[in-house]
Every structure is written in C-alpha cells, then in structure tokens.
Design a protein around this ligand. Structure first.
Ligand SMILES: [Zn+2]
Length: 590
C-alpha cells in the first residue's frame, strides 16, 4: 500500500465513522425537535436537484438546508427565533453564482473616476464640456474607459472631437487593455505634454503623424509620454470599502449569493476577510489571485510561496479559488489571439492595418507552461484569461503538459472567456476536465459592432455555449463586471437575468441573432449560473441546488423565470435574497 492510500484509510477509520454517526443521530432527531433559523413557505421552489423536484417550503439551520418539501413539515420547525416568510406562490431558485466579476477593481475605480457609459461621440463631447465646467482646478480632463464597440459611430473620438469640446483644456481619451494602449489627446494636451514632430518615441510606441508630419493626437503604446498628467489619486480605505460593500449589496438585489472576484491579490484577501468579520459581506466570495511573476518557474514559485493564503484556504464566505494568468488580449480591442487573421473588415473598428494580424499574446507558450505546471505542482487550481481560439490552443498545450506531470482534471482548470469555440477544442477540454467561464452579455452588447468586423461565420460561434456543452464541458455564464456600479449601465452589465436571457435568445441589443443553434433552454441557462457555476470551484456539494445539507442560499423572484415572456426575463430581480438562512436583501411587500 502506498503512503497516500494508508493515509486515506486512516482518515476513514478515525475521522469518517464518528462523523457519520453524529450525522445519523442528527437526522433522526431532526423531525422531532429541530428549530429552523429560517423558513419559507408557499413558494414554487425550483430545487434543480437530480430528480427535478419542485417544493413549496424550505427550512435552514446553521447555514444549511434542513428541509425541502411541504409547508406543514417546515412550519413544524418554526420556533420563537425563526424568521418566517410566505412566498405567496413566487418562484424560488438557488442563489445565483456569478463566477466572473471584478468588484474590488470597480469599487476602487469608482472612487476616483466614476464610470459613465458614453455611447456616442456627441455624448463623449458633452461629458467633456461638463467636466471642464465642473472642475476648473483640475489640470487634465480624462475620459472614463469606453470600449470602441460601444460607441455608436464604431470609432474612437479623434483630436478634433476633443478640441471641439475642450478648446483650452487638455483632454485625453485612454483605451487600454493588457499590453495595448491607445491615447487620443486634444491640442492643449499635446502642447502641455510637449509632444510634437521631434518627440522621441519610447521603444515599442508610436506617435501617429499626419501628412504634414505633425502628431494627429493618437499615441499608441507610449504611456510614459503622458504619465505625469494621467496619474489618479488613491482613494481612502474607508471610501473604497464603502463603495465595495454597496456594490456587493447591489449584487444581492439581483439574487446573486456567491461571486468570484476574478482578479485580486493579497490585499483583496485581507479586504474580503475584514468585511466578513465586520459582518459587512452580503455575498460569498471566492478569490482568483493573479500571478504577478515573470513567467519563469523560479519567479512563479517565489510568488506563490509568498502569498498569505494557500489553495482552498478560508471558509464558506471567503475562500481562495484558482490562480490566474493573462494569456492574450480582448475581442473588444482587437487583441484576441485567433487561429485565422482578423481580415480586412476588422481594420476600421480596431484601427489595424496588417492583413496577417492575428492578435496579441501577453505571455509566450513557454511562460504559460511554466506557470501552469508550477501552480499545479504547488497544489493550486488555475485559470487563464484567454479569449481567442489560438490562445486557447496554447493554454491547452500547457494544461496537457501539467496533466502529464500528474492528473489535473480534478483541479478543474478554467478557461476565462474562450469566445471562439471549436469542436476539436471542446473535446480536448472535456478530456482534461477543463471548464469554461464565459459572458453572453458581451454578445448582447457588442455582437452588432463585432459582426461587421469579424464576419458571420465567427459570429455564429461567438460565445457559442452549445459547442462546449455538446462535448460535455462544464460552462458557467457570468458578466465580467468591470467598472461602474449600475447593473445595466456598467462595463460590463452585471444583471444576471440579462446574462441568462441572452444565453436563451441569442439576441443582440439590436435584436439580431447569430448562430441560433447556440441558444439554450431557460433551465440550462439557470444551471449555468448555479449548478455548473458551483463546479468551477468544486463547490457542487455545497451550492447550486436546494437540497438538505446544502448551504441555504436562495432568491425569491419578482416574476416567474420559467413562464414569463422572454423579453421580461432581464427585468426580473430578487424580492428576497437569503445567504445561509440570513436575509441579505428584502424588497417591500415580502
Ligand atoms: Zn474579467
């Protein structure tokens, strides 16, 4: 017997049997006397269990569900300290699990430069005029981040647009993603930064010139030229944590009971633990820590060993999830790393001019392999930001290398985004136990702008959920909420009912449908935000269904998700959100 097996057997004899005994006693005594902390009756409770049970009542004690079934049995568990709700026939679902949001980033940014969804050149100009008038003391007017796919004209503002709005004040539009940055400066900003025809361009950068050899205002990959004026002040801890808590409460109003912060660090770990100990955390949080290393084995190991937390550390409220790497860029920026060239139609949208261009990588194949193998060796689950199909190929090569070191399927390596699925890729993922975490609301928001640039064939597969699902890959759908605090007007809109409606209808904001065969049913969409989402972090025995023994996380909905008209789905919200039997959100009337 090898030592690992001996260890497992010892655990079974010494640990499991006593636990099993206590559990049996617990179950036997349950019917007789157990008082619940929380009871809900009169609902249409969609449990999502394997039998498809619909119940009317549920009871929770010590965070766990102790009853799912009849009202009568639930009412027998009501004691003097039980919180009781009558759902009055409303639909009740397992709490939603949003596995890709950036609340710490959004909160920090909101404190310094509140996000505004500016949808046209005119709206951009009007925002700049208002800022000029409101902030006479500020040196520069800096626009909030706007993705070009979300500007009606399908182009960035240019120097003339900004000059018209701010003829006497420096103004800058900054568009930054991973290793690509574009700045558009107006004339006063060019003068202030001393940028002219003779300016020395930093390595890898470009100052775009007009026919006369003068700067057009567009500067690419040369942030050092303007860094002095574009620096943002750090918010106070108090402000930052206040906005973060507010944002997490906004998630609760939409029935979200668990989130994954998809890019955080040691400070994020402390922040969430502090909020939890102060009882200010309304959602369960899994942290994805970004690997801040140079891509070598040694530096990756140094980084991982220096973390204040280990794999799976924490509790049911705050715990560590996978480590993260960033492999390619983004589809909104023309930096997804694709198998085939973007093609001539993408030039206008992204400002590209190389017919062979296929996107950008942030890491070499060797670096990706180094980090994934090292993380796996040090017992961490891992995930990778990767949007393009060629980027995914590269990541799967690295996952296969790690799998040859030791089996990796149980760690549920996760591809974040993976927007252009192929059948061969899906089969490879299924074999390696690789999961996918993807964002239908990008299809909704950006599909119309991207269709022209990427072409019909690519669009029919863009965020194609069924390509993955048919191969047996676990897929979680979510928003990648990044900036702003409004559920619909943020970048990206985090309303989970918009996410699910888009997966169900595959309608873009303009009502167009690309790849109708990628539509899923309402139940499948809900499963991808509950049962399947839980699997990404190996939480399926805790979350995702409403069954005895699972955590008591649920949402009572304002409308029936299963029978309301499709166009009403995005308007649904939660009238009562419960986490571990505690009410974290309640609308009037319930
Ligand atoms: Zn993200």
């Amino acid at each position: 017997m090898n030592p690992r097996h001996r260890c497992a057997c010892a655990y079974f004899v010494a640990g499991f049997l006593p636990i099993a005994f206590v559990w049996c006693v617990g179950v036997l005594s349950l019917e007789a006397a157990e008082q619940a902390d929380f009871v809900l009756t009169g609902g249409r409770i969609v449990t999502l269990d394997a039998r498809g049970t619909i119940a009317t009542a549920i009871a929770v004690r010590n965070e766990r569900i102790i009853h799912v079934g009849s009202d009568e049995a639930a009412m027998a568990m009501v004691g003097p300290n039980t919180t009781v709700y009558a759902a009055a026939g409303r639909t009740v679902i397992p709490g939603l699990n949003e596995t890709h949001v950036h609340p710490t980033l959004a909160a920090r940014s909101e404190c310094t430069l509140p996000f505004r969804q500016l949808g046209s050149i005119e709206e951009i100009q009007s925002w700049v005029r208002d800022r000029v008038a409101e902030t006479p003391e500020a040196a520069w007017v800096v626009l909030p981040r706007i993705d070009v796919t979300r500007i009606r004209e399908g182009r960035m503002p240019d120097r003339a647009d900004l000059d018209a709005a701010a003829p006497d004040r420096p103004a800058a539009f900054v568009w930054r993603y991973a290793n690509r940055e574009v700045q558009v400066l107006n004339s006063p900003a060019l003068r202030c930064a001393g940028i002219g025809r003779d300016t020395v361009v930093p390595d890898g950068g470009r100052i775009v010139m007009d026919q006369r050899g003068e700067p057009t205002g567009r500067i690419e990959n040369a942030p050092s030229l303007t860094a002095t004026w574009l620096q943002q002040a750090e918010p106070s801890q108090e402000d930052y944590r206040g906005v973060l808590e507010d944002l997490l409460r906004r998630y609760s109003r939409l029935g979200i009971t668990s989130v994954t912060d998809r890019k955080t660090d040691a400070e994020g770990w402390r922040t969430y633990n502090d909020l939890h100990s102060l009882k200010r955390l309304p959602v369960r949080t899994t942290l994805t820590i970004f690997v801040d290393a140079d891509g070598s084995v040694a530096d990756t190991e140094r980084f991982i060993r220096g973390l204040p937390c280990g794999p799976g550390d924490g509790n049911h409220w705050v715990k560590t999830g996978p480590l993260k790497i960033g492999v390619d860029g983004g589809v909104l920026y023309g930096t997804s790393y694709l198998r085939d060239p973007y093609g001539p139609n993408a030039f206008k949208l992204y400002g590209l001019d190389d017919p062979q261009y296929r996107g950008l990588l942030q890491m070499t194949p060797e670096q990706v392999t180094n980090v994934i193998r090292t993380g796996h060796r040090l017992h961490w689950p891992m995930c990778a930001h990767v949007t393009g199909d060629a980027g995914v190929d590269m990541v799967l090569d690295a996952v296969e290398a790690a799998d040859r070191d030791s089996p990796i399927a149980f760690r549920r390596f996760t591809l974040l985004h993976a927007y252009f699925p192929n059948e061969d890729t899906a089969v490879r993922c299924a074999r390696l136990g690789v999961c996918v975490d993807t964002q239908p609301a990008w299809y909704y928001k950006d599909g119309d702008a991207l269709a022209g640039a990427l072409g019909g064939l690519r669009m029919s597969r863009f965020i194609g959920l069924n390509v993955w699902r048919k191969a047996g890959v676990t897929v979680a759908i979510n928003s990648d909420h990044f900036l702003g605090i409004d559920p619909l007007l943020s970048l990206n809109p985090y309303n989970p009912f918009l996410t699910m409606a888009t997966a169900i209808t595959r309608k873009t904001a303009a009502g167009r449908v690309f790849g109708a065969d990628q539509r899923v049913t309402r139940e499948e969409a809900l499963r991808m935000m509950t049962v399947d989402a839980a699997k990404l972090h190996s939480d399926e025995m805790l979350k995702g269904t409403l069954e005895v023994g699972r955590l008591g996380d649920l949402a009572v909905l304002s409308d029936d998700f299963f029978s309301c008209p499709e166009e009403s789905i995005p308007k649904i919200y939660s009238v009562l959100t419960v986490v571990g039997g505690q009410v974290v959100h309640r609308e009037g009337g319930l």
